[in-house]
Design a protein around this ligand. Structure first.
Ligand SMILES: NC(=O)c1ccc[n+]([C@@H]2O[C@H](COP(=O)([O-])OP(=O)(O)OC[C@H]3O[C@@H](n4cnc5c(N)ncnc54)[C@H](O)[C@@H]3O)[C@@H](O)[C@H]2O)c1
Length: 260
């Protein structure tokens, strides 16, 4: 525990998920107060409890990131509990791993709505809070699909569009000392790739429980192991601190070389 984020307030979407939970725990250990926002409130509560038990400040809020009113309520709760919000981590995401011609319009729209529209709404909701402080950091999660096609049509479109959203926010709010960065993980061992979740269904053909799929992703990672959520959280921490004070509008890849 040190104090690289002492006194900061962060909203972390997908805080009940693997990468969001790792960020939340690391940011809290560095002194930030964390508002974990997730539509799976029970998962977010478990992480908030763990942080509190370790002596940190955290609360869980039920939020569907597609809901603009829900975003306003979330920011109000975070401000009332901890003060103005200086850090936003947009992690919430969805994917349906089917072929281009098989992906339904509903699936395509859900991927875009959760990942892209949800992040847009989050930025709109949180920037006024950042302006109260006089600075802020918005950290959007990308993917290898932010660099090249992958993960199906909806996912490829959503993750590539995050680059544009990041640059637009970075350009719009630089005058307010608000930075915006996209961080793109490679193959991270999480329920997103392993489990059969509503937001990210997997079966034997797609799950990394299937060793063939696991080894395929391993082989695609030159540094020789799949990433774990802490690898991603450490890069988010760097991007959130003043060590990254002149980094905005750009992408940081954390992928063991998979995107080369
Ligand atoms: N795991 C990987 O290999 C990998 C690689 C690159 C990028 N990513 C991205 O990382 C992010 C987090 O993924 P993860 O691996 O931690 O998976 P995860 O499934 O553990 O976490 C995803 C979280 O998003 C939440 N979520 C989904 N829809 C939501 C909604 N409408 N409103 C609020 N929350 C919602 C889920 O409840 C879950 O807690 C995703 O955006 C994913 O695309 C993951």
């Amino acid at each position: 525990m040190s104090d690289r984020l002492l006194g900061q307030v962060a909203i972390v979407t997908g805080g009940g998920g693997a990468i969001g939970a790792a960020q939340s725990k690391l940011f809290a250990a560095e002194g930030a107060s964390i508002c974990l926002a997730d539509n799976r409130i029970d998962a977010a509560k478990l992480v908030a409890d763990e942080i509190q038990q370790a002596g940190g400040n955290a609360l869980a809020v039920e939020l569907d990131v597609r809901d603009a009113k829900g975003w306003k309520d979330t920011v109000n709760i975070a401000e009332d509990s901890f003060g103005p919000v200086g850090i936003l981590c947009n992690n919430a995401g969805a994917n349906f791993r089917v072929g281009f011609l098989e992906q339904t319009e509903e699936q395509f729209k859900q991927i875009i709505d959760v990942g892209l529209v949800g992040s847009f709404l989050g930025i709109q909701a949180v920037v006024p809070s950042m302006k109260k402080i006089g600075n802020g950091v918005i950290l959007n999660i990308g993917s290898l699909a932010s660099i090249r096609a992958g993960g199906g049509p909806g996912y490829a479109a959503q993750k590539m569009a995050m680059v544009g959203l990041t640059r637009s926010a970075a350009q719009s709010f630089a005058k307010d000392a608000i930075r915006c960065v996209i961080l793109s993980p490679g193959h991270v061992d999480t329920p997103f790739l392993r489990g059969n979740n509503e937001h990210s269904p997997n079966d034997w053909d797609t799950s990394i429980d299937n060793l063939d799929n696991y080894n395929h992703r391993l082989k695609a990672t030159p540094l020789g192991r799949l990433l774990d959520p802490d690898d991603i959280a450490k890069a988010f921490l760097f991007a959130a601190t003043d060590e990254a004070s002149m980094i905005t509008g750009s992408m940081i890849t954390i992928d063991g070389g998979a995107g080369m």
